[in-house]
Design a protein around this ligand. Structure first.
Ligand SMILES: [Zn+2]
Length: 237
């Protein structure tokens, strides 16, 4: 009897809170049942999935050809302007909505389970942001996405092995080659982690030109891991 009491009290409290703070789907405005997510099941199912995790030599993978050696690359969703995917990414990055990030991470995790070519993975490595940005935002969005992946794949470990270097002066007046050199110096390897012979999954929110991820992967290569793959929440069309 006593054991029964706590969940009942908790359910009662939840419905009481719900009455005054309704929890709505970010896409359609439907009243959500679960307080742990940001989309209703219908809108989650209807997201613009790329379905590329299982496809070798897919269009996202080709971005990195000739730039850095990678095992497998994919993103879960297509990113377009004024879409629900943009809303999810903006919620995570600018409205401190971790639940949006955890949802994106769970979607990556579910895709990885279905894609043999990504497995096995030893460590998730989130793309870091600068200390200044992290202070402003309160967290690193790629880390939140990694936490979402762990909700689906709890045996994996997150290894923050990359450190973002302080950004130098504005890049607008520099030519492309100089910018390229700078990209390579964007990240520093945290040598306290032993990545030798490990299989790594680099995790980011959005892939656009791939320049940031290329620089991060090139930096990780210094540690001579067995393989590096990349998974992002979204790919910009
Ligand atoms: Zn909905």
């Amino acid at each position: 009897m006593v054991l029964d009491l706590y969940p009942k009290a908790q359910a009662y409290l939840q419905s009481f809170v719900h009455l005054f703070f309704p929890h709505l789907c970010l896409a359609c405005g439907t009243d959500l049942v679960s307080i742990n997510t940001v989309l209703c099941t219908h809108c989650e199912k209807n997201l613009p999935f790329t379905d590329l995790f299982n496809i070798e030599n897919n269009r996202i993978e080709k971005i990195f050809w000739g730039r850095v050696p990678l095992n497998a690359v994919s993103a879960v969703l297509f990113f377009t302007k004024d879409s629900i995917v943009q809303t999810l990414i903006f919620e995570l990055k600018y409205h401190q909505n971790k639940k949006a990030g955890w949802l994106l991470g769970r979607l990556i995790g579910a895709s990885i389970i279905e894609a043999d070519r990504f497995n096995p993975i030893d460590f998730l490595v989130p793309i870091p942001i600068s200390k200044k940005k992290q202070r402003q935002r309160g967290f690193n969005q790629a880390m939140i996405i990694c936490e979402g992946i762990l909700q689906v794949l709890p045996a994996l470990k997150i290894l923050p092995a990359l450190i973002k270097q302080k950004s130098s002066r504005s890049q607008t007046h520099k030519d492309r080659i100089q910018r390229g050199d700078q990209m390579a110096q964007l990240f520093e390897l945290d040598k306290s982690f032993n990545l030798g012979s490990a299989k790594l999954l680099l995790v980011d929110d959005v892939i656009t030109t791939g320049a940031t991820l290329e620089a991060a992967a090139a930096c990780l290569c210094q540690a001579q891991p067995k393989a590096i793959s990349i998974a992002a929440a979204a790919y910009t069309l």
